[in-house]
Write a protein that binds this ligand. Sequence first.
Ligand SMILES: [Zn+2]
Length: 160
Amino acid sequence: MANDGLERFEAALGAISKITSEDRELVGARCPKCGASDFAKISDLFAEAAGRLDEQPGSAGSVREGGMTDALIVEKFRPPERKSAAGLVLAVAVPLSAVCFYLYRRFGDLVGQSAIAAAAVVTVIVLLTTLRRRSDQYYERRRRWNSLFMCRRCGQLVAS
Ligand SMILES: [Zn+2]
């Protein structure tokens, strides 16, 4: 019984080191589809395919790991990108300035200026919360991308 507890403790430690380690490997894992145990990291596959395409664009159609071409690997395993928040800020700022303009014309300087100040505050809040949320989403997508592997034989994707 004591052994059982120790084993569980070690299993937990193993799970944690697996999660925290940056350079993950799939040790002893088997492909759920074909049973092979030879995996390639998605991020490595992408970097290698992108490098080959860069050096010899003519090789785009050659079939590589898992029956995929370099062009397909680059297309499918592209790392997640940060999205710009500019579009969203414009979508908030433009209607707000129209409202400010209307209030300014209708009620004069004081109301107009207060409205502009309020609109600026709202825009900044939207910008900050959006950046924060997108940053969290970006790191989450990045983490998932970093933990993906592909079976070299059949192309099955596996998450570590
Ligand atoms: Zn496989």
